[in-house]
Structures are given as C-alpha cells and as structure tokens.
Design a protein around this ligand. Structure first.
Ligand code: FAQ
Length: 313
C-alpha cells in the first residue's frame, strides 16, 4: 500500500469525506461512477411512468403537484450526473451507455402505470423506498454524492407525503376507488421491495462498498427498514399487504415477510421487464431530439467564455 492508499484508508476509517481532488483507488472511483451513474439514470428514467399521467391527472391541483414532482426528479438526475462528472465520468458517454443497455437504472421504472392509483403508489411506495436508501447515502463517503443526497432527500420527503395523501383520498373514497388503491398496492409492493437489490448473499458489490462506506447498510437491512416503516401505513389506509407470509415478530420488533421473486428482479434487470424497451426508446428519442439544444448551449457557453477572456485581456 503506497502513501496515497494509506491516506485514503485513514480518511475512510476516520469518517473524513473523500473529495474530487483527493487521491482514491481506481476501483473506488469506478464503483462510485457505476452507482452514481445508475442512480442518475434512475431519476431520469423515473420521470417516465409518472410523466405519462400529467395530461390525465384527475384535478388541476394533482396535475400541478405531479408536474412539480416530475421536474424535481429531472433535477435529481442533474445533481447526480454532476456528481459523477466530478469523478471524471463523461455525461454523453453515460447516456450512450444507458441507451445501448450497457448501464443500468432501477428495476422499478420498468413497470407500467395502469391507473391514477399507480401514480399515488409510486409517490408513496417508490419514493418511500428511495428515501430509506438515500437517507443512508447522505453519509456516504464521497462528498459530492453525500451532499447531493441531502438535498434530494428533502424533496423526496415531499414526494412521499403527496403520494401517501393521494392514496389516502382514494382509500377513503368509493368502493371502486378503494379497489383501485388496493390494486396499485398489489402491483407495486413487491417491485418496491426489489428496489433494494438482491439479497445480501447474492449482492456482489456490497462487501467492498460497505468497507469503503459508500453503502452504510446492506440491501436486506434497508429492505427490512422499508417494510417496518411501510406496513403500518398500509394498515392505516385500511388496505392489505399482498404477502400471505407477512407477520410481526414480537421478539425482534420487525415484520417478517415472504420470499421476494428474485427471478423477476433478475429478468427486469436483464432488460426483460414489462416496459424496459419502451423506457429506453423514450430516453433515446429525448437524447437525440435534444441534441440541437445541447449544441446551441455549448456554442453559447464558448462565446461567453471568449467574451470574458477578451474583457480580462
Ligand atoms: N434495479 O451488488 P448489488 C428513485 C444491480 S431512485 C436495477 O447489490 P449495489 C427516485 C446492481 O446495480 C432509485 N439494478 O449492487 C425516484 C448491480 O449491477 P452491476 C434508484 C439493480 O450497487 C422515485 C447488480 O444488480 N436508487 O427511485 C437493482 O451494491 C420516483 C448487483 O447488485 C439508487 O440507485 C435494481 N433494483 O447495490 C425517481 C440508489 N438492484 O452494476 C422517480 C443508489 C441491484 O454490478 C420517481 N444505489 N441492481 O452491473 C444503491 O444504493 C445501490 O446501487 C443498490 C444496489 C442498492 C441499488
């Protein structure tokens, strides 16, 4: 281990954040680019299932809230792409890899939003799961990622509350509305649990990421936290958790839940989920269609820079 590696290990041990100009092992940099890049892609692809309902939101208030939420997700993507860039990643390259299927994004966004209740379920359950994961990431060892997470978590909390409130209105509505709410929980419960990744004994990246304090909790620990937080909310709404094996264990103080369908998660991650093709196609169209805007912005920035330099000279 050379001096730089020693300093890095000491900083990790002493809870000193790693910053972009610090020396860091290549593997640490690579892991961060992988995770932050996937996270950024998830935020941006995550706009699609809900964006699909902006024109069909049931009231003006719901439409305004949904537009604000979807716009927030775009902002989260931008913070995260910027965080990945501080590690030397190139944004165009990340986009190309996403569109070519060589970079991942969260499995959850490959499920369709079949009814308005699914939009509420995404806000409540998906943002709820994202918060459990991201609150832990506010203490991740890489400074720019941790700081982006603090801001993102504040916005995700609003997203979660608005989703819960939309779900509550439906759960307290007509029998048909209550059924829509239950159907959405049935559709989104298990995919939300899958967001935390494979079980600990099948998670190849966890041990090293935990040692580097990129991850502070394992996939199963966070999944358990989400279940413990959320089951009482489902019950409060008068709805049911679609898991016949769910039970509260008095001794441990935790809910025990049934087996996640890991094969389904693997299929979705491998690109064979219900909407994978549609999502990537939408991103490809947006990326190609936006090229002229990026080109124009780059030319403008170059001209501004030249103007500044001529003023200094
Ligand atoms: N989907 O060894 P592990 C949001 C991959 S943001 C797809 O356990 P790791 C906000 C994993 O990448 C949601 N792929 O990996 C929002 C790895 O593949 P690789 C996104 C998955 O990294 C709300 C392989 O499987 N959040 O929702 C998934 O240690 C509403 C082996 O897995 C984040 O990205 C999955 N579910 O742990 C937006 C949080 N799970 O790269 C709009 C940051 C695993 O080796 C609307 N990321 N994989 O080829 C993390 O915390 C971690 O990366 C995990 C996975 C926990 C996702």
């Amino acid at each position: 281990m050379d001096n730089n590696d020693q300093k890095f290990e000491q900083n990790i041990a002493n809870e000193i954040m790693i910053e972009p100009r610090d020396d860091m092992p290549m593997a640490y940099r690579k892991t961060l680019i992988r995770q932050i890049g996937q996270h950024a892609h998830s935020e941006v692809v995550g706009m699609l299932p809900e964006g699909n309902w902006i024109t069909r939101a049931p009231t003006l208030k719901r439409k305004a809230v949904l537009m604000a939420k979807v716009q927030d997700e775009a902002g989260h993507g931008l913070y995260l792409y910027s965080a990945a860039e501080t590690l030397g990643a190139d944004r165009d390259d990340m986009m190309d890899k996403l569109i070519a299927g060589r970079m991942k994004y969260s499995s959850i966004f490959n499920y369709p939003t079949l009814s308005w209740a699914d939009v509420a379920a995404i806000g409540w359950l998906v943002d709820g799961a994202a918060i459990v994961n991201q609150v832990a990431l506010c203490r991740t060892s890489y400074g720019p990622y941790a700081r982006a997470m603090v801001r993102i978590c504040k916005e995700e909390s609003f997203h979660q509350r608005q989703g819960f409130e939309a779900m509550m209105v439906m759960a307290q509505g007509s029998p048909e509305q209550k059924q829509m709410a239950q159907d959405a929980v049935n559709r989104y419960w298990w995919p939300a649990l899958m967001m935390f990744g494979p079980s600990d004994d099948h998670s190849p990246n966890s041990a090293q990421s935990m040692a580097w304090k990129i991850k502070r909790f394992s996939n199963d620990e966070l999944r358990q936290k989400f279940v413990d937080n959320t089951v009482p909310q489902v019950l409060h709404l008068g709805l049911e958790v679609p898991d016949p094996d769910l039970k509260f264990n008095q001794d441990t103080g935790h809910y025990e839940y049934g087996e996640v369908n890991w094969q389904e998660l693997n299929e979705v991650i491998a690109g064979r989920g219900p909407c994978n093709h549609e999502r990537i196609e939408a991103r490809r169209k947006a990326w190609e269609g936006g090229k002229w805007v990026r080109d124009a912005a780059a030319i403008y920035a170059k001209k501004q820079q030249a103007l500044q330099q001529s003023k200094v000279a």
